[in-house]
Design a protein around this ligand. Structure first.
Ligand code: PMP
Length: 304
C-alpha cells in the first residue's frame, strides 16, 4: 500500500502516520466496526467518486443495525470523502471509511464506548488482477458457508463478517484458486468473499436474491441496471452450484473487483471460454465509472 499525505480521522485531516488507535480499542477485539469500500476514478472532468451517496447510506444503515450512534452526518461523511481525495491529490483511488467502537470499556457490550470514524484512500488497482479482468479467474466453492441472517446481519458491512470471508479466501488461495464462492447454509450460491456473483444462461442473467445472505452490492445494482438498459433480462433468483457449472458465463461484481469473468468453478471450465455478456457489462460499467456514459453521470460525485 502506497501511503498518501493525509487520513481523515475523527473529523480532522491528519498525516498518514498519525492515524493510530490504542491496542485496547473495543472494535479490534470484537469486530464491532462498519466500513465501506468506494472507488474514485479518472474522468474527463477530473476524479469522480462512484455512487458515493449509496455507499454512505449503506454505512449509515449498517451502523443503525448495530445500534451505533454515529457522531457524523451523512453530508459530513460524503464531504469528508471528497475533501480527502482532493487533499491527497489522487486522480484514482480506493476509499475506505470505517466507524468503530473505540477506547473505553473492554466488555463485549459496545454501547458505552465512543464511536470513532476514519477515512483513508490510496491507489489500488484491479483487486483480482488485470489478467483476471481480461481472461477470467478460477474459483472454488468454499467449505465455509456464508454468514446467515440469523447469525450476523449480512446487509451490514461489519468487520466481523469478514472473518467468514477471510477463512473462505485463504482456503481458496491456499488451494491454488483466485477466489472462493460461498454457499448459503441450505446450499444455494451466495457470493464471493468480497464480490456478488452472477451467471448467464441463454442470454438471460441471474443473480442470487438478497435473502441468500449476500451483501446488497452497489456494483451489483449498477450492473443489473446496465444489463436491463441494454435489453438483457435479469432475474434475481437463487440457484445451486451445479447450475454454475453448466452456465454459459459466470462473473463477479464488486467495487474493488469491478466486473470479473469467472472461467472455472471447481475444475469445470465455464461455457465456451468466451464471455460476450460479461465483457459487454464490464465495458459499459468501466465506461460508466469513468464518466463516459451520459446516462450514468448522476452516479458520479466530482472531486474538484
Ligand atoms: N459481497 C461482499 C461480501 C463484499 O464485501 C462486497 C464488497 N463491498 C460485495 C459483495 C460487493 O459490494 P459492492 O459492489 O458494493 O462493492
Amino acid at each position: 500500500m502506497k501511503p498518501t499525505k493525509t487520513i481523515w480521522f475523527d473529523g480532522k485531516l491528519v498525516p498518514w502516520d498519525d492515524a493510530k488507535i490504542h491496542v485496547l480499542t473495543h472494535a479490534l477485539h470484537y469486530g464491532y466496526a462498519i466500513f465501506e469500500g468506494i472507488r474514485c476514478n479518472t474522468t474527463s472532468n477530473g476524479p469522480a467518486i462512484f455512487r458515493l451517496s449509496e455507499h454512505i447510506d449503506r454505512l449509515i444503515s449498517g451502523a443503525k443495525t448495530y445500534r451505533m450512534r454515529l457522531p457524523y452526518s451523512r453530508e459530513l461523511l460524503m464531504g469528508a470523502c471528497l475533501d480527502l481525495v482532493r487533499e491527497n491529490g489522487l486522480e484514482q483511488c480506493y476509499i475506505r471509511p470505517i466507524v468503530f467502537s473505540s477506547f473505553g470499556e473492554l466488555g463485549v457490550n459496545p454501547l458505552q464506548n465512543p464511536i470513532t470514524g476514519a477515512i483513508a484512500c490510496w491507489e489500488w488497482g484491479a483487486y483480482l488482477g488485470d489478467e483476471g479482468m481480461e481472461k477470467g479467474i478460477r474459483c472454488a466453492v468454499s467449505s465455509w458457508a456464508r454468514i446467515d441472517a440469523r447469525i450476523l446481519p449480512p446487509q451490514a458491512k461489519c468487520s466481523a463478517n469478514y472473518a467468514n470471508s477471510a477463512l473462505a479466501k485463504m482456503d481458496a488461495i491456499s488451494a491454488g484458486y483466485d477466489e472462493a464462492i460461498l454457499l448459503t447454509l441450505d446450499g444455494h450460491v451466495a457470493e464471493g468473499s468480497g464480490e456478488n456473483i452472477f451467471m448467464v444462461r441463454n442470454g438471460e442473467v441471474f443473480t442470487p436474491t438478497l435473502d441468500a445472505g449476500i451483501l446488497a452490492g452497489i456494483t451489483r445494482s449498477s450492473v443489473i441496471q446496465i444489463a436491463r438498459d441494454n435489453g438483457i433480462p435479469v432475474q434475481e433468483k437463487n440457484f445451486t452450484r451445479d447450475e454454475l457449472f453448466v452456465a454459459d458465463e459466470v462473473f463477479f461484481t464488486g467495487t474493488a473487483a469491478n466486473v470479473v469473468p469467472i472461467r472455472e468453478v471447481d475444475g469445470r471450465v465455464i461455457g465456451s471460454g468466451h464471455y460476450p455478456v460479461t465483457k459487454m457489462l464490464q465495458t459499459v460499467y468501466l465506461d460508466a465509472i469513468h464518466g463516459k456514459v451520459e446516462k450514468y453521470k448522476p452516479w458520479l460525485s466530482y472531486v474538484r
